[in-house]
Design a protein. Structure first.
Length: 466
């Protein structure tokens, strides 16, 4: 039984006079029996809200920050001139302050401001609070705010008549929350334990990133591709013939590569992907109306592993309309942002009855002749970071709904080595992906373990070192 299961309250009583907006008061929702030496206090008695504001100037640039969901920290979102902003005032970030996103606090959008973002600003949707350093550590306050029970209370306190995505967790609600406060020595020990585990998780993720680079490098070397610079210097001015224009976009045309040059090999002949593979082909499915078929929504494809991880079965009649059709050995490649950039792609394997249905946000790539090109080889090329980065430049559609058009894939020029070379590449890639899977599993296990341990330490049901 987990710590959460042991401590979860199934029922409790609330006086009518204590009800707030037909929502259980957060103070009651968060209460627990405290260990000796701990106190229960309102957060409002532990912090002071940052009220400093700066009037925006039209010709001044401001580095604007945001707060990621699920406790993933503060980040530099964009740099904007004052005359391009709707806000008349912005607030400078204060290092060491607790900050949260009022719109998405229910998504655990809490963080502590790091020193490297001291020159950034936020809008009024990101309140900041400076903790009393003699009573509470900002990191401990962050850990308390991102625990599951607290986020449940935040969601309740944010409930209203509007859609969830438009409810705000207001500062008054936050300041009225009660917190179980251990002595500073115990706070230090809890934060130190969390920091140690977090560093271990970061190290595991760095190793994953290193393996990704090694895989890409091995493919580049095997195919005789040129090395692609991560951030090439772009020319300040360019001149192109009309016939050489690919898109009506000056920024795009300043890029050193396009889909006809990026994967140009100096060792093997090159072909258009559309000449060796069908892009979004029609799929004729036999009469299996009452038979189960594989159903693959976008979330069923792992961006880290590059494979289908949670395929489920549906009856043919349930998914026959409104979904993308594919068959065994097809490559599924996410075309919508941010799934495409994250690497959501997979080769469809072991499909029930040999056919499947999935999200309409997948491009389907099918090898025309598997005696000349392997589906896995196509998958490797399309998962390369340089290809995904270039694909962003071909996006069409409005912000937030941008997609890679099918002609990007059709016109993508790729090297076509012999099948023996393709298989050698797949062996190297498979070995690298096995390493990635091990490190990813380790990071996920550490994350689960530290979450459970920190929950127990904050509840006081476990002592450091016990």
């Amino acid at each position: 039984m987990t710590v959460a299961a042991k401590t979860k309250q199934r029922a409790f009583a609330v006086w009518w006079r204590d009800m707030e907006r037909w929502v259980i008061p957060s103070a009651l929702f968060l209460r627990q029996k405290l260990p000796a030496g701990w106190t229960r206090v309102r957060i409002g008695t532990l912090v002071k809200q940052v009220t400093t504001r700066v009037k925006t100037q039209p010709d001044t640039e401001y580095k604007m920050a945001g707060v990621r969901w699920y406790g993933e920290g503060v980040f530099h979102r964009e740099t904007v001139r004052g005359d391009a902003m709707s806000a008349s005032y912005v607030t400078p970030l204060v290092v060491g302050a607790l900050i949260y996103n009022r719109l998405f606090a229910w998504k655990a959008s809490f963080a502590v401001v790091p020193p490297e973002l001291a020159d950034c600003y936020v809008s009024g949707e990101f309140p900041q609070f400076i903790p009393d350093s003699t009573r509470v550590m900002p990191e401990y306050l962050y850990l308390y705010c991102t625990r599951e029970a607290t986020i449940q209370a935040v969601a309740s306190a944010s409930t209203g008549s509007s859609a969830v995505s438009r409810n705000r967790f207001k500062e008054k609600e936050f300041l009225d929350f009660e917190i179980a406060l251990p002595p500073m020595t115990e706070q230090n020990a809890i934060v130190a334990r969390w920091s140690k585990a977090r560093n271990e998780i970061v190290d595991a993720k760095r190793r994953v990133a290193s393996f990704e680079v090694e895989i890409s490098t091995s493919v580049v070397n095997a195919l005789g591709l040129k090395r692609v610079e991560a951030c090439p210097d772009l020319p300040k001015a360019i001149a192109l013939w009309w016939k050489d224009m690919i898109l009506w976009d000056a920024k795009f045309n300043r890029l050193p590569d396009n889909n006809s040059t990026l994967l140009k090999s100096g060792r093997y002949s090159s072909v258009r992907l559309g000449d060796v593979a069908y892009i979004n082909p029609s799929t004729v499915i036999p009469d299996i109306k009452n038979e189960p078929v594989a159903f693959v929504p976008m979330e069923a494809v792992s961006d880290s592993e590059g494979k289908i991880v949670s395929c489920r079965l549906e009856t043919f009649t349930k998914v026959a309309k409104g979904y993308t059709r594919f068959q065994e050995n097809d490559v599924l490649w996410a075309k919508i942002t941010p799934c495409m950039q994250n690497g959501k792609s997979a080769v469809a394997r072991n499909l029930k009855n040999g056919f499947g249905f999935g999200s309409t946000e997948f491009h389907i790539i099918r090898a025309r002749d598997t005696e000349s090109i392997l589906p896995d080889y196509i998958w490797v090329l399309l998962r390369m970071k340089s290809v995904r980065k270039l694909a962003q430049k071909y996006f069409v559609g409005s912000a937030g709904q941008q997609r890679v058009p099918s002609n990007f894939l059709e016109d993508l020029v790729i090297p076509l080595p012999p099948l023996s070379v393709q298989r050698e590449i797949m062996v190297r890639v498979a070995a690298g992906r096995d390493e990635i899977a091990r490190e990813t599993a380790k990071a996920e296990r550490l994350s689960r373990e530290i979450s459970a341990e920190i929950e127990a330490l904050i509840l006081g049901t476990k002592k450091i070192g016990a």
